[in-house]
Design a protein around this ligand. Structure first.
Ligand SMILES: *[C@@H]1O[C@H](CO)[C@@H](O)[C@H](O)[C@H]1NC(C)=O
Ligand SMILES: *[C@@H]1O[C@H](CO)[C@@H](O)[C@H](O)[C@H]1NC(C)=O
Ligand SMILES: *[C@@H]1O[C@H](CO)[C@@H](O)[C@H](O)[C@H]1NC(C)=O
Ligand SMILES: *[C@@H]1O[C@H](CO)[C@@H](O)[C@H](O)[C@H]1NC(C)=O
Ligand SMILES: *[C@@H]1O[C@H](CO)[C@@H](O)[C@H](O)[C@H]1NC(C)=O
Ligand SMILES: *[C@@H]1O[C@H](CO)[C@@H](O)[C@H](O)[C@H]1NC(C)=O
Ligand SMILES: *[C@@H]1O[C@H](CO)[C@@H](O)[C@H](O)[C@H]1NC(C)=O
Ligand SMILES: *[C@@H]1O[C@H](CO)[C@@H](O)[C@H](O)[C@H]1NC(C)=O
Ligand SMILES: *[C@@H]1O[C@H](CO)[C@@H](O)[C@H](O)[C@H]1NC(C)=O
Ligand SMILES: *[C@@H]1O[C@H](CO)[C@@H](O)[C@H](O)[C@H]1NC(C)=O
Ligand SMILES: *[C@@H]1O[C@H](CO)[C@@H](O)[C@H](O)[C@H]1NC(C)=O
Ligand SMILES: *[C@@H]1O[C@H](CO)[C@@H](O)[C@H](O)[C@H]1NC(C)=O
Length: 704
C-alpha cells in the first residue's frame, strides 16, 4: 500500500470517528482529555538536498533513522472544544506553507476542533532531515528548489500523527518538573553572549540553559502515556558531511526513550510517545568539546579556533565543533547527546516533586508583519523592525557548519552546479543576496510575516516562536511573559513559561540587541534588525489577556502571508527508469553476508541489485528488515529506522539505470544468538508502465 493510499484510508476512518470520540467522557476522574500519536514523515532519502546546513554538496544517499512527527493533544475535560495540539516534528524548522497544508487538512477532517489558532507546528531543528519543503526561496537555493515529495511526506505524516493522537483521546492528568542536564550543550558564540550586560549574566550560572523541563502525560490510573520535554541544543550532532537521513540527537533521544519503555515495539509502532522539543536553540551547540582547527600541515592544526571569530588562520572553513564522541564518530556523539536528554527526561518522569497542572486550556495565534513593524519599547521610545536582510557573517556559517551559504560571498565557482541559481541570478544582474526582504523575484526569499502563538495549559505556558532565540533572548522573552502573566492576574506565582521553536514559520535567528551589535552568525542572521527580539517581547506580552480564563474579543492580526507553494519552482528531475544489470533481477544479492558466525559489535553487510527509493517512500514501512528465526518462524527484528542499521543507495550507471543498495546492521550487545537474514524492499520504475515492488533476501547468517 502506498503512503498516499494509507493516508486517505486513515483520513476516512478518522473523519468518521470524530463524533464518538468526543462525547460521553464527562465525569471520569482526571483533569484533561489527552491524546498522543506518532507517524512517519520521511521524504525522499536519496538525490535530495538535506535541510539544515544549507550545503549544496549535502545530498542524501540513504537512511540512518526515519523522521517522525509526534503529536500531543490536550483538551479541557469539561469543555473539549478548548484544546491544543502540539506537533513536534523531526525537521529543521516549521514552515508557513507546510503548516498551511497541515491546518487545511486538519480543519477539513475535524471542523471546529483543530484550528489555525490551536495547532502549533514545531521543528526539532534536526540538520540531517530531507530538504526542499520550505516555501520561501532562500532555503530552497541549495535544494534545487521546492521538493513537493518532502513537503507532502511531512504534511501527510503529521496529519496521521494528529489523527492517531485524536483517536487515542482519553481522560488523564498532567504534571510538570525540571532537572539540570549537564554536558549536553555548549555556547558556540560565547563572545556574543559576553556582550550582554554583566548584571544580567550574573543572574545565571551558565551561558546556556541547562534545564530540561518536562510535561508528563498520565492516564487516570497514573500510568505514563508519554511526555513533552523542552531542552535547548542544536540538532547538529551529525556533521555536514553525513548524507544519511536521521532525526539527529532529539530524534535519537525519542527513539531511545520509546524503545526503553516498549522494547518489543518496532520504531514508530509504539504507544508511549516521548517528545523532545527544541527551545532557545540559537547559540547552542551539541559539540561540547569545543571548536578546533582541522588544518593539516598548518601550525594551528588541532588548536582551538579564534575565540571571537571562530576562524583558523583567518578563514572559517577549517573550524569544526567536536562532539563528545569525536574520537569515534559523529554518530557516537549523536547517541551520547541523545542519551543525556533521555537521562534528564527519565529523572523528571521518576521524580516525586513534580507539580500538578490545573486550569484552563487556551491558545492564541496572530500573524505579525515584521518587515516594518513599529512599536514602543518599555522606555517609551518608538522603534521599528526592518525588511529581512542577512548580514555578512551569515555567510560565514558556524562552528557546527562552517561556511554555510558561502556561495553568496561572491565566489560563484560552485554556482554552475546549481541550475536554480541561474534563474535567480538572471533576475538579479547584480545580486543583492543579503537584502532578502526586498527580494521577491521569482518569489519571496525570506518571510516578512511570522506566526506569533501561545499555548496555555493551567499554569504552564508554551511560547511557540518562529525562529531561533539565543539563550539570553529566550530568557528575556520567558521572563517578560511570565511577569506579565502574573502582574495581569492571568496566572499566579506558579506561572511556568517555556519556549519552543523554530516553529510555524522560519525567520532565522533572534539575538539580543547587545548580541546583534557583535554580529556573529546569530546576530547577522537576526533578519528583521536590532529590535527583532524586542518586537517579539512586545507582541507576546500583549497577547497575554487572550489566554486568560475568561477571554473577551479576538486579538488584532496582520494579514496571513501570501501562498507561495503553488508558484514554487522545482528543478529536481524525476526518476527516469530503473533496470537491473544484464542477467540479473531486482533484489538479487550482489554481496552476500558471511557464513562465518558474527559477534556483537561486528557489522553485517549485504548488497543488492537496487532501484531508486524515490519510487516509493514506504512511509510507515521500511526499506529493509533484519529478520530473526524464532521457533522456525521469521520475525522482523530490525527495520531501517533502528539506529543500528543503515540503508545506502547508489546509482551505478545513469544511462543503463542500474543501482546498488547496501545494507548494514551493527549487532547490538545482548543480541540473542541464533539465525538471522536481511531482506531488502524495493520499488522499480520501468521505462514504460507501472512501478512494481520487489523483495531481495540475503543468505541466513548466525550471531553467536
Ligand atoms: C492536504 O495537504 C496536501 C499537501 O500534502 C494538500 O495538497 C491538500 O490540499 C490538503 N488538503 C486539504 C483538504 O486542504
Ligand atoms: C524548575 O522548577 C522549579 C520549581 O517549579 C522552578 O522554581 C524553577 O524556576 C524551574 N526552573 C526553570 C529553569 O524554569
Ligand atoms: C525535583 O527532583 C529532581 C529529581 O530528583 C531534581 O533534579 C530537581 O532539581 C527537583 N526540583 C526541585 C524544584 O526541587
Ligand atoms: C573578543 O570579544 C570580547 C567580548 O566581546 C571583547 O571584549 C574582546 O575585545 C574581543 N577581542 C578581540 C581580539 O577582538
Ligand atoms: C487526576 O487529577 C484529578 C483532579 O485533580 C484527581 O482527582 C485525580 O486523583 C488525579 N488522578 C491521578 C491518577 O493522579
Ligand atoms: C566529517 O567531518 C568531520 C568534521 O570535519 C571530520 O572529522 C570527519 O572525518 C568527516 N568524516 C568523513 C567521513 O569525511
Ligand atoms: C504494531 O503494534 C500493534 C499493536 O500495538 C501490532 O498489532 C502490530 O502487529 C505491530 N506492527 C508491527 C509492524 O510490528
Ligand atoms: C515603515 O513604516 C513607517 C511608519 O509606519 C513609515 O513611515 C515608513 O515609510 C515605512 N518604511 C518602509 C521601508 O516601508
Ligand atoms: C530606549 O531604549 C533604546 C534601546 O536600548 C535606546 O536606544 C533608547 O535610547 C532608549 N530611550 C530612552 C528615552 O532612554
Ligand atoms: C561569476 O563570475 C564571473 C567571472 O568572475 C562573472 O563574470 C560573473 O558575473 C559572476 N556571476 C555572478 C552571478 O556573480
Ligand atoms: C556499497 O558497497 C560497495 C561494495 O559492494 C562499495 O564499493 C560502495 O562504496 C558502497 N556504496 C555505498 C553508497 O555505501
Ligand atoms: C534459512 O533458514 C530457513 C529456516 O530455517 C530455511 O528454511 C532456509 O532453507 C535457510 N536458507 C538457507 C539458504 O540455508
Amino acid at each position: 500500500m502506498t503512503g498516499f493510499m494509507l493516508y486517505y484510508l486513515t483520513a476516512f476512518l478518522a473523519s468518521s470517528a470524530v463524533a464518538p470520540s468526543n462525547v460521553g467522557i464527562q465525569g471520569v476522574a482526571g483533569q484533561y482529555l489527552l491524546g498522543l500519536g506518532i507517524a512517519d514523515i520521511t521524504g525522499p532519502v536519496v538525490e535530495t538536498n538535506m535541510m539544515g546546513y544549507a550545503s549544496l554538496a549535502q545530498t542524501d544517499t540513504g537512511l540512518h533513522m526515519r523522521q517522525r512527527t509526534r503529536a500531543f493533544i490536550i483538551g479541557e475535560e469539561d469543555t473539549p472544544a478548548n484544546r491544543i495540539v502540539f506537533i513536534n516534528a523531526d525537521i529543521a524548522m516549521g514552515d508557513t506553507g507546510v503548516r498551511r497544508s497541515i491546518v487545511a487538512n486538519l480543519t477539513a477532517l475535524f471542523p471546529g476542533i483543530y484550528t489555525n489558532d490551536n495547532i502549533a507546528f514545531v521543528g526539532t531543528h534536526a540538520h540531517s532531515g530531507v530538504g526542499g519543503y520550505l516555501e520561501n526561496l532562500l532555503p530552497q537555493l541549495t535544494s534545487l528548489g521546492y521538493v513537493a515529495e518532502t513537503a507532502n511526506a511531512i504534511v501527510q505524516g503529521t496529519v496521521l500523527a494528529v489523527q492517531r493522537a485524536h483517536d487515542s483521546l482519553a481522560p488523564g492528568n498532567l504534571s510538570l518538573g525540571n532537572t539540570t542536564v549537564l554536558n549536553a550543550n555548549t555556547n558556540r558564540s560565547p563572545s556574543a553572549y559576553l556582550a550582554n550586560p554583566a548584571e544580567e549574566r550574573a543572574m545565571y550560572e551558565f551561558d546556556q540553559d541547562k534545564d530540561l523541563t518536562l510535561l508528563r502525560f498520565d492516564d487516570t490510573n497514573g500510568n505514563a502515556r508519554g511526555f513533552l520535554s523542552f531542552f535547548a541544543v542544536h540538532g547538529t550532532s551529525l556533521y555536514e558531511n553525513n548524507t544519511l537521513i536521521s532525526g539527529d540527537n532529539k530524534g535519537m533521544a525519542a527513539y531511545l526513550y520509546e524503545s526503553m519503555v516498549e522494547p518489543n515495539s518496532l520504531p514508530g509502532n509504539n504507544t508511549f510517545i516521548a517528545g523532545f522539543t527544541q527551545a532557545n536553540v540559537g547559540d547552542t551547540s551539541p559539540n561540547t568539546l569545543g571548536a578546533f582547527c582541522e588544518s593539516p600541515g598548518q601550525p594551528f592544526d588541532g588548536m582551538p579556533c579564534d575565540f571571537n571569530t571562530s576562524t583558523c588562520g583567518g578563514t572559517v572553513e577549517d573550524c569544526h565543533g567536536r562532539g563528545p564522541g569525536f574520537r569515534i564518530s559523529d554518530f557516537a556523539s549523536n547517541q551520547i547527546i541523545g542519551q543525556l536528554q533521555v537521562d534528564g527526561a527519565q529523572t523528571v518522569m521518576n521524580a516525586n516533586n513534580r507539580s500538578t497542572i490545573s486550569g484552563s486550556v487556551r491558545s492564541v495565534h496572530v500573524y505579525l508583519e515584521m518587515a516594518n513593524h513599529t512599536f514602543t519599547l518599555p522606555n517609551g521610545t518608538s522603534v521599528q523592525t526592518c525588511p529581512a536582510a542577512m548580514g555578512f557573517s551569515f555567510a560565514g556559517g558556524t562552528t557546527d557548519g562552517p561556511g554555510a551559504f558561502d556561495f553568496i560571498q561572491g565566489d560563484n565557482a560552485s554556482m554552475p552546479q546549481n541550475p536554480f541559481w541561474e534563474i535567480v541570478a538572471c533576475q538579479f544582474p547584480k545580486p543583492i543576496l543579503l537584502n532578502t526582504g526586498y527580494a521577491d523575484l521569482p518569489y519571496q526569499w525570506s518571510p516578512s510575516t511570522v506566526d506569533i502563538q501561545m499555548l496555555r495549559v493551567g499554569q504552564f505556558v508554551m511560547l511557540i516562536v518562529p525562529g531561533e532565540l539565543t539563550t539570553m533572548s529566550g530568557r528575556r522573552l520567558r521572563e517578560a511573559v511570565r511577569a506579565e502573566l502574573i502582574s495581569s492576574g492571568v496566572i499566579g506565582e506558579d506561572a511556568y513559561v517555556v519556549v519552543a521553536g523554530p516553529a510555524n514559520t522560519y525567520s532565522h535567528y533572534i539575538a539580543t540587541l547587545e548580541e546583534y551589535s557583535v554580529q556573529r552568525y546569530e546576530g547577522a542572521s537576526t533578519i528583521y534588525g536590532q529590535y527583532t527580539l524586542d518586537a517579539y517581547i512586545d507582541k507576546y506580552t500583549s497577547l497575554v489577556p487572550f489566554i486568560a480564563d475568561t477571554v473577551t474579543g479576538t486579538p488584532a492580526s496582520d494579514a496571513a502571508p501570501p501562498e507561495l507553494t503553488s508558484a514554487a519552482i522545482s528543478l529536481q528531475s524525476p526518476v527516469v527508469f530503473d533496470a537491473p544489470p544484464l542477467f540479473s533481477s531486482f533484489g538479487d544479492v550482489q554481496v552476500d553476508v558471511s557464513s562465518t558466525p558474527y559477534q556483537a559489535g561486528q557489522t553485517v553487510f549485504a548488497a543488492f541489485v537496487g532501484a531508486n527509493p524515490r519510487n516509493n517512500l514506504r512511509l510507515e514501512g521500511t526499506f529493509l528488515t533484519v529478520d530473526q528465526l524464532v521457533s522456525g518462524e521469521w520475525q522482523i527484528f530490525r527495520t531501517d529506522s533502528h539506529p543500528s542499521t543503515t540503508y545506502n543507495w547508489v546509482q551505478t550507471n545513469t544511462i543503463l539505470g542500474t543501482s546498488q543498495v547496501n545494507l548494514t546492521w551493527t549487532i547490538e550487545d545482548g543480541t540473542a544468538s541464533g539465525t538471522y537474514r536481511f531482506r531488502y524492499f524495493g520499488d522499480a520504475k520501468p521505462l514504460i508502465g507501472d512501478i512494481t515492488s520487489f523483495t531481495g533476501q540475503s543468505s541466513n547468517f548466525t550471531v553467536s
